[in-house]
Design a protein around this ligand. Structure first.
Ligand code: NIG
Ligand code: FE
Length: 418
């Protein structure tokens, strides 16, 4: 017997129904809101969406009915850029930055990514899964039901495999869905500092083939940045990843204009992420190549910078903008998409509707899951959230609180505020 569930009495059912492609321009503001909406779920999928009257007419005996109490209902957030598996935290560096040290200075002293790499190498697979479950819970409580999850704190073959296996196990053991990305080129490990080409070759010739053979990643990413991986090295690694059939993403122009956006366009990656320092030429290149920009304002905020990516310019240029948290222990210690929505509106002048589109359907497309996730439409996966608000704009307006009242993943309640 299939199980059915009806959600009724939604002040606004924010469906994001619409064209089956990433949204751009004025379409970013079209949320396809159904007032006094309701939704019917069968097993793991959405069966029908409409006005309360229409849906109530479809109810059969045995259907569980949830009264949303006049609250707003949205698709679960899709967080398309996170680093969720690591050991240790970096509150010490946070304190140093609060006293004026910069992210780059701390990294140059052996802190930053390297300090998390040391802690993560010392952790076992089961340690990482245990730590990761705590963060999975945080994502769900914030209304996120799918995350893209990068490795990158191991930087040896075995440690990168260990992180990717932890991601796989977290995907199996928690209600959160993980889309795995191999980020072996997150930093050049200290032991290869004077022989960086040897590390690049290790990533290409040993790590990538194993990751692919064990089916541990869908995407490959590189941190392309001055002092990290050059555009040439990034090109070599991503080209090899493409030959193995992986999708491509790239950390581009975060701390300096290093040519990352242009490279993303030349390689036709799925996404170019960060883009704080990208210039107009880079934006036009992304547009021509239809690369989706993934903007991470929480990392700008947490680093105490005021250089946010030029979201308005990107939207005006016709780019299909995505928003994500960049959850990690250094530059962005937050799992909160609502916090990201707030920053997108206050600091990057996106409208609440544009921000919600960027955090749901556009993010889903950036992960190759636009047909499955990111909107509330018949046939899509029943990942949705009843938020403690009556109007979708409140999600970006009230900040510093947890909005979700109930979170559902695959049609099952996975979080409830009691
Ligand atoms: O996306 N930019 C590179 N990687 C992360 C930071 C990781 C860290 O500091 O641990 C980022 O901001
Ligand atoms: Fe990142």
């Amino acid at each position: 017997m299939p199980e059915t569930l009806a959600i009724v009495n939604c002040s606004q059912l924010v469906t994001l129904a619409g064209a089956r492609h990433p949204r751009t321009g004025a379409d970013l503001r079209q949320l396809a809101v159904v007032e006094d909406g309701a939704m019917l779920v069968r097993d793991e999928s959405i069966e029908a969406v409409g006005r309360r009257r229409e849906i109530e007419g479809l109810l059969t005996a045995g259907c569980e009915v949830v009264d949303a109490g006049g609250r707003v209902v949205l698709p679960g957030f899709v967080d398309a850029h996170t680093h969720p598996v690591f050991a240790g935290i970096r509150a010490n560096e946070f304190e140093q930055r609060s006293s004026g040290a910069t992210y780059r200075e701390i990294a140059a002293r052996g802190g930053g990514i390297r300090s998390t790499v040391r802690a993560t190498r010392n952790a076992s697979l089961s340690d990482l899964v245990k730590i990761g479950k705590r963060y999975a819970d945080w994502f769900l409580r914030c209304g996120t039901t799918t995350i893209e999850a990068k490795s990158g704190y191991g930087l040896t073959l075995e440690d990168e495999l260990k992180i990717l296996r932890a991601i796989k196990q977290l995907n199996d053991d928690t209600p959160l869905r993980y889309v795995p990305t191999f980020l072996g080129a997150h930093d050049v490990p200290v032991e290869y500092k004077t022989r960086r080409h040897v590390y690049v070759n290790l990533v290409i010739n040993e790590m990538l083939p194993r990751v692919v053979e064990e089916k541990l990643a869908e995407y490959c990413d590189v941190f392309c940045e001055e002092d990290v991986f050059t555009t040439d090295e990034t090109w070599q690694i991503l080209s090899a990843a493409r030959c193995h059939g992986l999708g491509l993403r790239v950390h581009a122009d975060q701390l300096s204009l290093s040519g990352g956006a242009k490279l993303a366009a030349d390689l036709n990656t799925a996404t170019a992420d960060h883009l704080e320092c990208t210039d107009a030429t880079g934006v036009m290149a992304l547009k021509a190549a239809k690369v989706q920009p993934v903007l991470l304002p929480a990392s700008v905020y947490a680093l105490g910078s005021n250089v946010y990516p030029a979201a308005r310019q990107m939207i005006d240029a016709g780019l299909s903008v995505v928003l994500a948290t960049d959850f990690n222990p250094g530059s962005s210690p937050t799992p909160s998409m609502p916090m990201v929505l707030s920053l997108a509106c206050t600091q990057m002048k996106m409208t609440p509707a544009e921000a919600i589109t960027a955090a749901t359907i556009n993010a889903a497309y950036s992960l190759g899951r636009g047909d499955e996730l990111g909107s509330l439409e018949k046939g899509k996966r029943a990942d949705f959230v009843i938020h403690e608000a009556a109007d979708y704009r409140e999600l970006a307006y009230w900040f510093g609180i947890e909005h979700p009242w109930r979170v559902y993943a695959r049609g099952r309640e996975v979080f409830a505020r009691r």
